[in-house]
Design a protein. Structure first.
Length: 172
């Protein structure tokens, strides 16, 4: 099975405060961006846009940009921090009987895990909210068509009764 040309391009999805939505972009195509209420929606929209970009490039006979490789990381970085923070982290590492490096990696990994979990929960809640918003009006409309508030007493009665009241008969 062969991959499509656009499968070679990476897409980045991140929250955009300015747009109040998830924004997906493709580094190889600077003008390409797509939005969604969830990461999945933004990614789906970006895949559609990417396919159209690639199609346009090919139709025009333009050369496609090279897919950008994911950055390879060494796993090492140099970190500068205030002396008080260095001291506090060193003391905590000593209390936990781990290296300073292990403590810092653990703290960072937990924080990133929390952010990813928050993002996943946000996606789930957004999907749930959209489903409720879609279903609720249908349920309310169904409820409204079944019961109507009687003009006289304010109690709820079924539509056929209202029709009977309006026509002058009182079959209940």
């Amino acid at each position: 099975m062969t991959d499509s040309v656009d499968d070679r391009y990476s897409i980045r999805v991140e929250w955009s405060e300015r747009d109040e939505a998830f924004k997906a972009s493709c580094p190889a195509f600077p003008g390409l961006s797509a939005f969604g209420d969830t990461r999945g929606e933004a990614l789906e929209e970006a895949n559609v846009a990417l396919s159209l970009f690639v199609e346009d490039y090919l139709e025009e006979g333009d050369e496609l940009p090279e897919p950008r490789r994911a950055t390879e990381y060494s796993g090492q970085t140099r970190l500068r921090m205030p002396k008080w923070l260095h001291a506090a982290l060193s003391e905590e590492a000593e209390r936990q009987d781990v290296s300073l490096n292990m403590l810092m990696v653990s703290f960072l990994a937990r924080q990133i895990g929390k952010e990813q979990e928050r993002s996943r929960i946000t996606d789930i809640l957004m999907d749930f909210t959209k489903n409720v918003q879609r279903v609720l009006p249908q349920a309310v409309n169904a409820q409204d068509s079944t019961y109507t508030q009687a003009a006289s007493g304010g109690e709820y009665i079924q539509d056929p009764v209202v029709r009977n009241l309006k026509s002058g008969s009182s079959n209940q």
